[in-house]
Design a protein around this ligand. Structure first.
Ligand code: ATP
Length: 670
């Protein structure tokens, strides 16, 4: 049997599909269905039984004509026999339909369960991916694979397999029956089949290519929706009055999607029309051929060709049309789905960059003293992984960029902050720093110095390229990911709140926390009173990303969350946005409580907040350039820290932001 997945010479190499390419995908799909082999076997039995029953009908037809209505021996019509034959003929479809209902239930259960497994596996796998994957891939593109692509293979999983088996059995049984009835007429019917197969293969390949493009375009649309209709996206569009261009961008992607859908729907229509017409006119041709056969003009035996045989034959032939057409369509569906399966498996095959080594040490949180050391650490942000498939345009379009038929495109693009032109490309270069248990260690330095990067290496958001990060003397790469995650808490610059209640947002750190524990954390974070001032208290919905809360409130909620987690090591990335004096005092108090009795590494933008730090590391261009206490560092007026301090002091004098009352009053002698 020819493979439906032949190599096409007219396709670019990256889009050719060969049987060899298809085999691993098919094997994986089979593996996906493996847990459901029993119901599948049952389905197959049902399908064969139903098809077998149906294929008996033409023989009954022949018997009705040749033995009951117009007996070939010239006798009178046999009403008794007719009654029996008609009764069996009525019973067969009823039985077949009943079997069909049971079979539909099984296939639907199996297909949907397998799809749910696939979606679950994909989600679980994506959870394991490192941060770099998400900073480099559009959220919408990820969501699209999870939703659109998995939904796209649904039909294959739910009913394609049964359609194939069912129709193959029907077609085979019909052919056998046709040969039994009249091999001469069967040959006539088969003449055009090879042509149909060739045409169908060509159409299939075109459909597969279009399916891939349609999914890419869908992914693009999802990405635009996710970007433009998120709170930040809407804010950005409104602030810069770009709503109209966002609508244009969406409409353009929408048009492209429509164009592709129509092309996909139309591809092969002409072919199917030819096949349909062929089947519509063949009965007439059969009557004509039968005439020639009966009169002996064709030179092939006419003795078996009774009226009953001809009627039964044409009935069979019309029965053949639907299954054959369906088989052809289904092959196209399979080819389309292969393209989608490939996109899904591509994500599943991505190896997480941050993994736990075999035999990693589980360090119980209670036993962590909290000594953190970066020893000669060098680090460069990884290049985004390149994935086939999704075309990405920037928010502002990319008229010159590769179009739908352009060169292989990438799913990933560096949405992180790219290195400045001419910069050496290393975010950290030979950085060494130590935070002893319980100490408050501060990182200061100009923007882009590598402060955030240094802290990201502690919980292994990224792995070092040189040197090592140690927790209590253990290389963090030797610890289990769970124990490391439990040991390190973080308050990021822009605290993330999900759409849910304040209580749920705080309890995210410890889902088993009691209401009392949550309240205590909120009190310590100086946010309890504010929460209680909302009519719904702890049940207040924060709104997506916490947009219903002020910056200071969000920060304190994030602090409450980390207080509830109570990790031995805390990383604080201070928000750069200025807060009013009262809020700043509340946040500062909350932070002081949070840093008490644990190791804290704080990235400070307002230097006044870290005057009391045990050690301050000043960083610039990925290196540590100074180390000491506030007083020690101020002692060198040419030093980076002293210069930053003076700069902030001067800005504060002018009434600028980034300065607290405390610092304003600070007695600095430079
Ligand atoms: P800021 O005070 O502005 O937060 P920072 O000192 O924390 O700055 P980092 O965020 O650590 O600086 O960035 C250090 C360098 O690494 C910068 O040159 C930045 O452009 C680069 N960088 C940061 N994140 C990424 C990323 N995801 N991919 C590639 N480069 C990055």
């Amino acid at each position: 049997m020819p493979s439906p997945f032949g190599v096409s010479a007219d396709l670019p190499p990256d889009q050719r599909t060969s049987a060899a390419d298809a085999r691993p995908v098919v094997r994986r799909v089979a593996r996906l269905l493996h847990p459901y082999r029993r119901p599948i076997a049952l389905v197959l039995v049902a399908v064969v039984a139903a098809a077998g029953l149906q294929s008996l009908v033409p023989f009954l037809t022949r018997a009705i004509f040749d033995h009951a209505l117009f007996p070939v021996d010239g006798g009178a019509p046999n009403l008794d026999l007719l009654g029996w034959l008609v009764a069996v003929m009525c019973l067969l479809p009823v039985l077949a339909s009943l079997i069909g209902i049971g079979q539909n239930y099984l296939t639907s259960t199996v297909g949907n369960s397998a799809m749910a497994d696939l979606r679950g596996d994909l989600f679980e796998h994506l959870q394991k991916m490192e941060l770099a994957f998400f900073t480099a891939t559009k959220t919408g593109a990820i969501q699209s694979r999870l939703a659109n692509d998995v939904a796209g293979v649904r039909t294959v999983l739910t009913d394609t397999a049964t359609t194939i088996v069912q129709n193959s059995v029907t077609v085979t049984a019909a052919f056998v029956a046709m040969v039994i009835l009249s091999w001469q007429l069967t040959v006539l019917t088969l003449v055009l089949m090879p042509l149909f197969v060739v045409l169908q293969l060509r159409v299939g390949r075109r459909r597969q290519r279009l399916a891939r493009k349609t999914q890419e375009s869908l992914s693009e649309m999802t990405a635009i929706t996710e970007e433009a209709l998120s709170v930040s996206g809407i804010l950005l569009a409104k602030v810069f009055n770009r709503s109209a261009s966002e609508v244009d961008r969406y409409r353009e992607a929408n048009r492209e999607q429509t164009r592709l859908q129509v092309r996909q729907a139309m591809t092969g229509r002409a072919f199917f029309a030819v096949v349909q017409t062929f089947f519509a006119i063949t009965p007439a041709l059969i009557y004509l051929a039968a005439g020639f056969i009966i009169t002996g003009n064709l030179g092939v035996g006419a003795d078996t060709l009774t009226a009953g045989t001809i009627v039964a034959f044409t009935t069979l032939q019309s029965r053949l049309q639907m299954p054959l057409l369906q088989l052809m369509r289904v092959t196209l569906d399979v080819q389309t789905s292969l393209a989608l399966f490939r996109r899904i498996f591509e994500y599943l095959d991505l190896e997480p960059a941050i993994t736990e080594r075999p035999g990693a040490l589980a360090l119980p949180t209670e036993e962590v003293a909290g000594r953190v050391e970066l020893r000669g650490v060098s680090f460069r942000y990884p290049e985004p992984r390149s994935l086939s498939g999704t075309r990405h345009r920037s928010r502002f379009g990319d008229p010159t960029g590769p179009g739908p038929t352009g060169a292989p495109e990438t799913d990933a693009e560096p949405t992180g902050r790219p290195a400045e032109p001419g910069s050496p490309g290393w975010a950290l270069r030979d950085v060494s720093l130590v935070a002893e248990p319980g100490q408050l260690v501060a990182l200061v330095g100009p923007s882009g110095a590598g402060k955030t990067t240094a802290t990201y290496l502690v919980p292994r958001f990224y792995d070092v390229d040189g040197g090592a990060v140690l927790l209590d003397g253990y290389d963090v790469r030797d610890l289990t990911l769970d124990s490391l995650a439990d040991a390190v808490g973080m308050v990021t610059q822009e605290p993330y709140l999900f759409h849910g209640t304040i209580r749920d947002n705080i309890a995210y750190a410890r889902p088993d926390a009691t209401a009392d524990q949550i309240e205590r954390a909120a009190r310590d974070a100086n946010i309890h009173d504010r929460i209680m001032s909302f009519p719904e208290g702890y049940d207040t919905i924060t709104g997506e990303r916490g947009y219903r809360l002020s910056g200071g409130e969000k920060q304190r909620l994030a602090i409450a969350r980390v207080l509830l987690k109570d990790p031995p090591v805390l990383i604080l990335d201070e928000a750069t946005s200025a807060l009013d004096n009262e809020t700043e005092r509340l946040v500062q108090e909350a932070l002081e409580r949070a840093t008490r009795s644990r190791t804290t590494i704080a990235i400070a933008h307002r230097l006044s907040t870290i005057r009391s730090a045990d050690v301050i590391y000043a960083m610039a261009e990925g290196r540590v350039v100074e180390r000491g206490t506030h007083e020690e560092l101020l002692a060198d007026p040419e030093g980076l820290y002293a210069r930053l301090w003076v700069e902030q002091f001067t800005r504060a004098e002018r009434g600028g932001d980034g300065w607290s009352e405390e610092a304003r009053r600070a007695d600095i002698s430079l």
